[in-house]
Every structure is written in structure tokens, then in C-alpha cells.
Design a protein around this ligand. Sequence first.
Ligand code: ZN
Length: 628
Amino acid sequence: MTTDLSSFPQILLWCANKVFEELTDIERQFHKALYTVRIYLNCERYSVALLDMTKEKEFYEQWPILLGEVPPYKGPKTPDGREVNFYKIIDYILLGKEEIKVIPSPPVDHWSLVSGLPTYVAENGFICNMMNAQADEYFIFQKGPVDETGWAIKNVLSLPIVNKKEEIVGVATFYNRTDGRPFDEYDEQITETLTQFLGWSVLNTDTYDRLNKLENRKDIAQEMLMYQLQCTPHELQTILKTKEKLNKNVDECEEKELVKILKEELPDPTALELYEFHFSDLPVSEHELIKSGIRLFVELNAVEKFKVPAEVLTKWMYTVRKGYRDITYHNWRHGFNVGQTMFTLLMTGKLKKYYSDLEAFAMVAAAFCHDIDHRGTNNLYQMKSAAPLAKLHGSSILERHHLEFSKTLLEDESLNIFQNLNKRQFENVIHLFEVAIIATDLALYFKKRTMFQKIVDATEQMQSDDERIKYIITDQTKKEIIMAMMMTGCDLSAITKPWEVQSKVALMVANEFWEQGDLERTVLQQQPIPMMDRNKAEELPKLQVGFIDFVCTFVYKEFSRFHKEITPMYDGLQNNRVQWKTQADAYDEKMKALEELNKKHENDVGVKKGTEGREDNGPTKSKTCTVL
Ligand SMILES: [Zn+2]
């Protein structure tokens, strides 16, 4: 085999190009292919506009449309029903000095899009050859130079890039044949072959094989994980004590016997204050929290109504606990607290009246799972450290992982607490899991804030409870927005707890942040933000006050306005704000005093230096140092 050395510099070029680093794996394949064949392209310039492949909008993007606040999309769509959205343009200049430009999120009036031709091609899948582009009446191209190089459009050949699934993944547009003549059939042929090749390179057979292999590998990893994770028969006996009580194995018992044993084992909700907003997990053992979790489902009446086998429920709850890592804050205790707060918002906070029993069951279950397998570092860290999770999910990285993890548990029938639901009910539960768990991404909180406030505003004007209930339960979107905000209220609930609890938990959160800060310094060699910098630990009270003011106050104030039964959370929050503010002020005072002391010292030293200087008296420097 001979190696064609002449292609080496070319390959090196596309690799070394800084553009390469800005592209995703798939875009790199495009780039690689186009860059390698560019010498065969008989044109001055070409651009590739990449299309967004998302078929469906995220639920939080659909809400404003469903609420009628934003009109539904009426613009052009690809043949498979996607909105035509060019998320990136790669612009290749071949004329003169070769150059490649990447334009992320290009504006609609970008010179390469403004004519509407790429959109037309994406919508219809046609090849368009425009002999004299400037004279065209339908597509109005930019007249005169498009950029500082003085280059202008003369003729254009535009084609869809289609993958093997026959989806249009982008539009390639070639400009100005080098000999000045219009593009002809021959050009159409080569470019068509090229764009097909491009589309295939995105999902070629190799990639398919690789994907299949990966799929298998994922299945094996999942099996291994489930084996290690699942509640063992021995662990099951610590709650479902059939051996101790009946001298039988679990599978030898009747369901009635199991329910009886389980109920005897579950803690008293009043003694543990499971219905209280001020509930604290601190005096409760982690094992007891598993039993308390099961207790909440019994209290919701979900076990009986949805025929959840006692063994399955116990195993699921135990396995959820084991799915949480033993990290500083985002551990099982946090997972439990979020589930307990969801339960309390529904029952004590009276929000249950807007939801069916099944929805309430799903919401509490999702709340327990919402941070499962958290790694103690946030989404930004996953991105910066290029963690595999960040490559898998584009946004809400960890939240999507918690969701996938929770769904994996339910795929195992021995853990599927929803196994006796019909298909439609089960799908509904999975949908609620998706909305509830993704909603815990604080980055989305600001998107749903005003939508929630409008619901509260509207219900405040209503005269009767019946009217309020009707207003909400007849609109699935409103129910989901409230549920999403409830998840945030649960996730942040530590900030509303009695001061003895809040002050301890805040330190745990801070410690986990500081641990991430340490990793940023050692692994990423970056300076952490003040919140994650343990050298700035004294700023914690100030940061807490800021967090309360900018994020938390809205949540609990609005919930108290919505349901007065939730006021204890708002009161708790305000009390904690006073505490943190006092500490923050004390710290400020201390810093001010220190600063003044320093100033005074500086002045003293200055004066001293001045006098000593005049007297020209020996080793002045060392003297002043000893003073300091
Ligand atoms: Zn959480």
C-alpha cells in the first residue's frame, strides 16, 4: 500500500484549523469532507447552512404557545416537519486567500440567508441553479459586496444535504463559477454527488454500526449497573421482614401478608412530622428515610389505588436510595427532602386539588428521583471538564441524566411501581417525570417564572375555589407550570427550614460547591467563582442573602399568595434572610474595621517613613515590618 503524501498537508490543514475546534463531531465530518474536495469545486465561495434537527420543542418552549401568549410557528418547515432553523453557517472562501468562517446562530438577514433561497431549498428539497442571481425577482440577493473583501454574488447553485434517513440536514450553496459562467448540469451533478456524500457521512454505515455497538455496550453497562444497584434480598429483609416475622421468603408470602408486614414497619407520619413544612431529616437515619418514603405513598393512598405490590415498592424505594451517591449535599437525604416537600405541598399546602391521584403519585416519585446519581458538580462543570454526560445531552445535562436513570429503574419490572397502570396512564406518568425532573434545572426557572405568576394573578381575582380549580384543571399546561414551580419550591426548600436546619444544610451545599471549586483549580486549572472558592468562605452569608433575594423569594412569596397554607415556607425564608443578613452585615463591619486599621497603619508607616527618611536613620524597612 502506498501513501499519498500529497494529501497530507491538506488533512493537516483541516485538522489544525482553529475552526475545527469550534465544530461538533458531525460538523467536523462535513468540514472534513468539504475541505478535502474543495479543489474540485469550480466556485469562488460556498457556504453550508446547518439545520436544527430537533423535531419537537422542549415542553417549556411549548408552554407560551399553549397558553396562547406566543403565536404558534407558521413559518416554513422541512418535508419531515421540522421548523426551518439554520443554527450555524460555515462559510468557505476559496477566492484569493483561503479562509473559513463559522457563524453560530446566524441572523436571518445574514447575506447567505437573506435571499430566502436556503430556506426554500430546506423546505422543498429542490436543487436551485440561478444563472444571474442579481436579476432574480423571487429571491432577492444582496447587491454589491457582502463583506470587507469586496466579493459579490453573481451566480448561485444551492442544494439540500440529505442523510440516509432522507432528512435534510443542511443546505450547501455554491457561488460564482470561477470562469465567470453560470453553473451547468455538470456542476449540478458533482455537487449533488458531493452533498449526498456529505449527508451520508453524517450517518454512514460505519456510524450506524458504531451506534449499534454503542447501543449494545450501553445495554451491558445498564445490566451491570442494575445488578450492583438493585436492592438485594438481604436489604429487602431489613424492611419487608418476612423471614423474621413469618419465617418465609418474600416470594412465598401472599400480597396481604406483605402489606401487613410493611405497614407495621413504616414510621408514624405524625411522630416524624412528615406532613410539616418544617420537617427535618437530620435526626432520622438514612434507612429510616427509605421507610418514610414508602410511608408517603401509603399516605397518598397510591399503593392501594394503583395496586403497587409491596415488594416492588420497597425494592424501588431502596434502589432509589442506592442510586444516590454518598456526596456532600446532593445525596439521598436531599432526594428524600424534595419528595417530602412535594408531598407536603400537595397535602398540607392543598395543591393536591388540582391533580389526580395518579399525578400526585407520579410527582412525589419524580421528586424522590430528581437528583439520582448526582456527582456533586454542576452542569457547567460537566461541560468544562468535557464529561461524557455533557457529550450526551446538549442542555440540562445532569437533569436529563437523572431522568434517564429514573426511567431505567422503571424499565425493570421488579422495580416498576407503575406496573399495574394501563399504557396511556404509564405514558402520562413518564411525561410528568420528564417535566418535573427537567424543571429542576435552575437555568429554566427564569423561563417559567412569569407564566407561573400570571396563573397566580388570575386565580387571585377569582371569587370561589370552584372557579379556581376549574381554571387550572381544565388546562394541562397550567397544571404542568405549577408542578414545575413546585419542583423548584421543593428543590430549594432547605432555605425555608428552621434556622438550626438551614444553617447546617447551607454549609453542606457550600462544602459541595467548594469541592467543585477545588476540582476546577486542580483538574481544570481555572479560578473558581466566589461561590465555589473556599478561600472566600466568609462571603457565604452575603451569597445566601443574594440567592434568597434573586431566586427564592419569588418562589415562596408567589406560592403563599397562591395558597395561604404554604405561608410557613415564606415565613421560614424571611427568618433565614434576617439571620444571614445579620451575619453578612457583621462580616462587612469587620472588613470595614480591618480596612480602616490597614489605612491607619499605612498612614502611620508613611509618617514614620517620612520622618525616618528625613533623619536618614538606618534600616527603616525592617523596623516598619516588625510594627506590622
Ligand atoms: Zn435537587
